[in-house]
Design a protein around this ligand. Structure first.
Ligand SMILES: Cc1cc2nc3c(=O)[nH]c(=O)nc-3n(C[C@H](O)[C@H](O)[C@H](O)COP(=O)(O)OP(=O)(O)OC[C@H]3O[C@@H](n4cnc5c(N)ncnc54)[C@H](O)[C@@H]3O)c2cc1C
Length: 596
């Protein structure tokens, strides 16, 4: 059975010592009252909820799964899920970073994200119910009419109602331009929506009294492709003007998917049979509006994998200290026992340290991105908002794809640490491996994220956003240029920064002749840029750890060890990735399809 202890100390290190979140909050009028103590109190309390309430339900959710009653379309979530959700709503956790105008607590996104990391460590499948609700809230908050906001946002804010995103159809997932669901305008201004959606997370459940579906569909006069998609709000129960529940809308769950992981989350086939909906935003501009939810969800998926990486690490460490097997190559370390604990073996350490570095690097990247998002949404200075928005745009595909790819590797390493026991269900580790796999697929596969990064975010603006991040890297390198203790971190960081610039120019040049060059390089490219981010954060962490290690606090010693391991054993992966990215598209594209 696995355990979970919220990593409060490392969260505090990242937020307060590395990123100085309090200074960012002070620069934003809406957050000027929020100091480090307030943040600490919230994450400590939130951590208790995750460890005490959500974590014990993780195995229950996996083994029971959800059950659909096809006769009345009701869906039962695993034992305890509903009660935990009630506790979540009653304690006000749903509303942390929501707008006070709709009953929210008005806290920074950063604080909410820290809480979500812990919820995901404790129980990813459960966390998807409120996680999607938050995305629906964001989308409606930005694109809904005032009337829609007044009716729906208070209930989504409190968590009394939950939300979904209904994009995927059986014949189209990545290429939403092909979607077929139809919306017929009605005389009263509403629409009748008909179609079949698949793989809808949290599409039906018994945890809240109403579910607000955000549905993509086409109007009768819609142009073909993505320019003809509109967004509709389709409630399970149509609310009356006072927020009480009215008629049941014909949007029903026809079946639930049986899947590899996240069994506690209902993945639903949703049938819309003339369901009543209301347009959100402009006709044919639905995909742009939905992107608000998709971007929030992409950051959310990164948090899912960060959470799994952390919890897998914690459990693998406990096991590696306890399990005795073979003697250390350098002679017995536990001579009172018949063998040494497996943590003495170099390769076991490599697996543990790799996972640890992915967790710490991922946490730094996620918290930094969340702080940039807080600036983008709330900073009074337009130039700061624009700069922050560029950083969030650049970082979003990296948070989604790099962290989720890494979590798949990390959870697999942690399973390996357990040997055969890792493959056996009762230890809990195989669930983390299974749960983590979906994170590389949904919300746009990781391939699509890499195309978004290289094609749109980097080459699409002539490298401007990447150069802004490059400036931060250079500033750190220049400020530490004369610090001999930092040489081991700064030299490889500066070197990678130069190599990324050259690689970007080279691919950009080749792509002008042949667009397949982007597709052939993108996945490796994203990984290289992901490492540039992590190297930057680990160099910053190492600088703080070097300054503070004399305090005797072992936290800094461990941080320095992890940073050294990252630079010596993980960063060299970039040399191979760059070589692969430069190898171009010909070996991929020249083989005729019928030879496969
Ligand atoms: C458990 C689960 C939960 C989900 N939850 C939701 C949800 O809540 N709401 C929702 O709307 N959807 C949801 N999805 C759907 C999910 O977002 C899609 O499965 C995903 O976007 C991929 O679409 P697809 O499955 O149709 O694959 P396809 O689009 O058919 O892709 C197949 C393969 O082709 C690749 N590919 C496609 N196009 C390109 C390209 N241009 N370049 C390179 N490679 C390409 C893909 O990367 C992939 O490897 C969920 C799926 C699952 C399994």
């Amino acid at each position: 059975m696995s355990q979970y202890t919220p990593p409060i100390r490392d969260m505090q290190f990242v937020l307060h010592e590395m990123l100085n979140a309090e200074a960012t909050f002070k620069s934003i009028p809406a957050f000027e009252e929020i100091d480090a103590d307030t943040v600490n109190q919230i994450i400590e309390e939130g951590g208790k909820f995750c460890a005490e309430v959500l974590q014990p339900l993780n195995v229950v959710g996996d083994s029971e799964g959800c059950t659909l009653n096809k006769a009345d379309h009701s869906l039962k979530t695993p034992t305890g899920f509903k009660e935990a959700y009630q506790q979540f709503v009653e304690a006000g956790w749903a509303s942390l970073s929501c707008d006070p105008n709709y009953g929210g607590q008005g806290l920074p996104v950063t604080v909410n994200q820290a809480f979500y990391e812990m919820m995901n460590s404790a129980n990813q499948a459960w966390t998807m119910y409120p996680g999607l609700t938050h995305g629906a809230y964001d989308c409606l908050h930005e694109h809904g009419s005032q009337e829609q906001k007044d009716l729906y946002l208070p209930k989504l804010t409190s968590g009394e109602w939950t939300g979904t995103m209904c994009l995927t159809e059986p014949h189209c997932g990545t290429d939403l331009g092909m979607l077929r669901s139809k919306a017929e305008p009605q005389a009263d201004g509403s629409y009748k929506i008909t179609g079949a959606k698949i793989f809808i997370s949290s599409g039906e459940h018994d945890m809240a009294e109403n579910i607000i579906h955000l549905v993509l569909a086409r109007l009768p006069d819609a142009p073909v492709g993505t320019k003809g998609i509109s967004l509709f709000l389709v409630p399970k129960f149509i609310p009356n003007a006072d927020g009480s529940l009215g008629a049941r809308n014909p949007i029903f769950c026809g079946a639930i998917e049986h899947k590899m992981g996240i069994h506690g989350n209902a993945t639903c086939q949703m049938n819309l049979d003339g369901a009543t909906g209301w347009l959100i935003g402009q006709p044919h501009r639905g995909l742009a509006a939905m992107f608000v939810m998709m971007n929030a969800a992409r950051l959310g998926v990164g948090m899912q994998s960060l959470g799994l990486t952390e919890v897998a690490y914690q459990n693998a460490v406990v096991y590696a200290k306890d399990r005795i097997q073979s003697r250390s190559l350098t002679g017995p370390k536990a001579s009172d026992k018949p063998a040494d604990p497996i943590i003495v073996h170099p390769d076991v350490r490599k697996m543990l340290l790799t996972t640890r570095a992915y967790a710490e690097g991922g946490r730094a990247l996620c918290m930094w991105t969340a702080l940039e998002l807080d600036k983008e949404l709330n900073h009074p200075d337009e130039a700061v908002r624009k700069e922050a928005s560029d950083m969030v745009a650049l970082a979003t595909p990296i948070v989604k794809a790099f962290i989720t790819d890494n979590a798949w590797e990390a959870t697999s390493h942690c399973m390996q640490v357990y040997g055969g026991h890792g493959y056996i269900a009762e230890w809990g580790m195989e669930q983390y491996v299974r749960d983590s796999r979906i994170n590389m697929i949904y919300e746009g596969t990781n391939t699509i994220q890499s195309l978004d990064l290289l094609g749109r975010k980097v080459l699409g603006d002539g490298g401007a956003k990447l150069m802004k991040f490059g400036k931060m890297v250079r500033a750190l390198c220049e400020s530490e240029a004369n610090n001999p203790a930092m040489k081991e971190f700064i030299e490889p960081l500066a070197d990678l920064g130069d190599k990324v610039s050259k690689l970007t120019m080279e691919i950009g040049g080749k792509a002008m002749q042949n667009p397949d060059e982007v597709g052939a390089a993108a996945v490796d490219y994203l990984r290289v840029v992901g490492h540039l981010f992590y190297a930057y954060f680990f160099a910053k962490a190492a600088k703080i750890a070097l300054e503070k290690q004399a305090s005797g606090d072992k936290f800094y010693t461990a941080k320095l060890h992890t940073a050294r391991f990252y630079f010596q054993k993980m960063l060299p992966e970039t040399a191979m990735l760059i070589r692969k990215a430069r190898a171009g598209s010909s070996s991929l594209m020249e083989m005729e399809a019928d030879l496969f």
